[in-house]
Design a binder for this molecule. Structure first.
Ligand SMILES: NC(=O)c1ccc[n+]([C@@H]2O[C@H](COP(=O)([O-])OP(=O)(O)OC[C@H]3O[C@@H](n4cnc5c(N)ncnc54)[C@H](OP(=O)(O)O)[C@@H]3O)[C@@H](O)[C@H]2O)c1
Length: 332
């Protein structure tokens, strides 16, 4: 059983702990929160007992009642917390995007290797059976591959507060917020896992008054085709995402939360490709992380880390090419 500590008490952590329970491979033992009250509320909501609470991060990481931490704090805090975890001998599962800069990613990558620990970026969707089905189709038809258009725009529940003059973490450059780092990370993962590392990256954002991107269009250039992406947190898009194979097109209902896939053939007939979709979108990643840890599957681990390295590099290239500055850029 993998003993689990968690950071962050929002709904996403609850979803991850529920996914861990489904795998029967993790046992939640320790919750860190800035306040005891929030930690206790989180534990009560999960109907769990005998779970230790810490409000001091050093005390949390020095404890020996967990070996793996799941970090779901605002993006800008991931690096410092993940670094402390690795320095204290804990495996890390950190929410996407794991870091704000390539420099930060490299430090974590090196620390994980030096200490023989696991560092996972929680890009949940690439572990789902529906994504594997897309990957299978792309692999079988790679010689026909001729580009993609990927869309992922969701009006953020926090955008109203932003428009009312508040500064929620996800719209704050201090916490590495914005459409690219929040939702673009999914569409970039799509491209990196399916098509590999692009040659060139270009990002055109709509910049909000706080200095982050509310939405934007991102192009990844590959030697033989382009992948165009629309991402945004200030509007809802109902566009399909598409992968082109000359006269055939694979259709996905979303770039980041894929629930249906279809194939349009050369005669424009559209058929649904049967797939499975779990109620909890995080259970596939939770069981894969547990399997890799338990079996010490270094080959799969290194493959995932390589994806994360490329994705984090693309995020930084896209952001800096558009002149978007984060608090983390100053912490050198
Ligand atoms: N994979 C997915 O499907 C998915 C979905 C949503 C979010 N996420 C990721 O999960 C992470 C958290 O996102 P979120 O929307 O839950 O973030 P959030 O609500 O801004 O913060 C998450 C938690 O971090 C702590 N926190 C908040 N503000 C803080 C501050 N100023 N200083 C220190 N701690 C603070 C809070 O826990 P305490 O009050 O208990 O300390 C809070 O519950 C992000 O990296 C995001 O990208 C992933």
């Amino acid at each position: 059983m993998i003993k689990l500590g968690i950071i962050g008490t929002n709904w996403i952590t609850e979803q991850f702990v529920n996914a861990c329970d489904i795998t029967k491979s993790f046992e939640l033992t320790h919750v860190y929160s800035r306040t005891t009250q929030k930690a206790q509320q989180f534990i009560d909501d999960l109907k769990k007992t005998e779970i230790r609470v810490s409000t001091d991060l050093n005390e949390f990481f020095k404890s020996d009642d967990f070996d793996t931490v799941y970090i779901a704090s605002p993006n800008g805090l991931h690096f410092g917390q993940a670094k402390l975890a690795l320095e204290n001998g804990k495996n890390v599962i950190v929410e996407k995007p794991s870091t704000s800069t390539v420099r930060e990613f490299t430090i974590l990558d090196d620390l994980a290797h030096e200490n023989k620990l696991f560092l996972f970026e929680a890009a949940r969707h690439i572990h789902e059976p529906i994504f594997k089905k897309i990957q299978e189709y792309v692999d079988d038809n790679r010689s026909e591959l001729s580009g993609a258009t990927i869309s992922y725009m969701k009006y953020s529940s926090r955008y109203d507060a932003f428009k009312a003059g508040k500064l929620p973490n996800i719209f704050n450059p201090k916490f590495s917020g914005g459409a690219l780092y929040d939702l673009g990370v999914y569409t970039i993962y799509d491209a990196v896992v399916l098509f590999g590392q692009p040659d060139k990256v270009g990002y055109t954002p709509e910049v909000l008054s706080s200095g982050i991107d509310g939405s934007g269009s991102l192009t990844l250039k590959y030697p033989d085709f382009d992948v165009n992406m629309l991402i945004g947190k200030t509007k809802n898009s109902y566009l399909q995402s598409e992968i082109y194979f000359n006269k055939k097109t694979l259709l996905m209902d979303s770039g980041g939360d894929i629930t249906h896939i279809k194939l349009a053939d050369e005669n424009k007939n559209i058929t649904t490709i049967p797939t499975q979709k779990s109620d909890n979108p995080m259970d596939s990643e939770a069981s894969e992380f547990a399997r890799i840890i338990n079996e010490n599957d270094q080959e799969t681990y290194e493959k995932l880390l390589k994806y994360a390295r490329i994705v984090n590099r693309i995020l930084e290239q896209a952001r800096t090419s558009a002149g978007l500055v984060f608090g983390a850029d100053e912490e050198k």
